[in-house]
Design a protein around this ligand. Structure first.
Ligand code: ATP
Ligand code: MG
Length: 311
């Protein structure tokens, strides 16, 4: 059964004189116990997409589309119903940079207690906190420390544990390994893999194709507010179809093979001022006249690729 389905989702930030279309008609799905990687360059809308799934986009608004969880629309719920039944309980998020926003004046234990209190948690709170800190591979002594006493890797485990404490079935992790050294990155990835083995579904947001390849079953490549290619990890990595995906792979260093890195010319389009046709038009080496006029929307057997080359 499909756990999460996103249909034609649009999320915008309304500024005084312009509208930023950060997520524009995005459709995706994620089945139970699967992991989905979202990759794309900075400012393409990855975090906004994640925040929209938990219906909490500071400064922004979901203006169109639908999100269903186990067949039920979460966007049609009232805020009270969503907060009570879905946010943190079924879907939680490890926010980008969250380890740097742990409250410096409270111990880790107090910060966990606050979460359980806010959700009116009825079970044995101390046992729940101890169990979750153990499951992310931290010793119980961490609980009585303050954030400044912990290393970056420990803080990142703490924020992951916070997202997990109410045992959600889906966790959205936004750049959970960025700014950590490679050894700690590997530890965090193996933790996420372990949680997935235990039955959790995962949306992993990253700009790093290598990280995504470690853990994702399916991959969505995001460009300028759109998922331009969506498919299984195997399909997207071994046979990238969209010219943007192809360019991403060519710009990634390899140990063997092409000695020269090929960088993409031009810059991403302004999300406040969108052209009518394909958003990649200006930078695409395969651009055709049709691409300038009409936005592509092509379904493939198991996913989609937004490119007129595959019409
Ligand atoms: N609160 C906000 N108000 C106005 N614009 C915003 C706000 N948050 C994000 N944006 C804009 O929305 C677009 C998408 O931002 P978002 O943070 O989702 O990108 P991202 O892909 O997560 O980037 P990064 O890889 O740098 O984290 C950007 O153009 C950004 O400037
Ligand atoms: Mg982001």
């Amino acid at each position: 059964m499909t756990t999460l389905s996103i249909e034609e989702l649009e999320v915008q930030y309304q500024l005084r004189d312009k509208t930023i279309r950060a997520v524009d008609k995005v459709s995706l799905f994620l089945k139970n116990n699967e992991s989905l990687g979202i990759v794309g360059e900075s400012a393409c809308g990855k975090s906004t997409l994640g925040l929209a799934i938990i219906r909490s986009v500071p400064g922004g608004k979901i203006v169109n589309g639908d999100i269903t969880l186990d067949g039920k629309s979460t966007l049609k719920m009232t805020e009270a119903e969503f907060a009570k039944t879905v946010r943190w309980k079924k879907i939680s998020m490890v926010f980008q940079g969250a380890m740097n926003s742990l409250d410096p004046v409270f111990s880790i234990r107090q910060q966990f207690e606050e979460i359980l209190q806010a959700h009116d948690y009825r079970g044995d709170r101390q046992k729940t906190i101890n169990d979750i800190i153990d499951s992310v591979g931290l010793p119980p002594t961490v609980l009585d420390k303050f954030p400044h006493e912990l290393s970056g890797g420990m803080k990142q485990r703490v924020v992951i544990a916070m997202a997990l404490v109410l045992r959600p079935s889906l966790v959205i992790a936004d750049e959970p390994t960025t700014a950590l050294d490679v050894l700690v990155q590997a530890q965090i990835l193996s933790l996420l893999k372990k949680l997935k083995k235990e039955g959790m579904s995962l949306i992993l947001i990253s700009h790093d194709l290598g990280i995504i390849s470690e853990i994702a079953d399916n991959v969505g490549i995001m460009y300028a507010g759109k998922i331009v290619e969506f498919g299984t990890l195997q399909e997207v990595y071994s046979n990238p179809k969209h010219p943007y995906t192809q360019a991403l792979f060519k710009s990634m260093p390899k140990i063997k093979g092409e000695p020269e890195l090929i960088s993409l010319k031009g810059t991403p389009p302004n999300l406040a001022n969108m052209q009518t046709g394909c958003r990649f038009y200006d930078r695409c080496t395969h651009a055709m006249e049709k691409c300038r006029k009409e936005p592509p929307k092509i379904k493939t057997e198991s996913g989609h690729v937004l490119c007129w080359l595959y019409e």
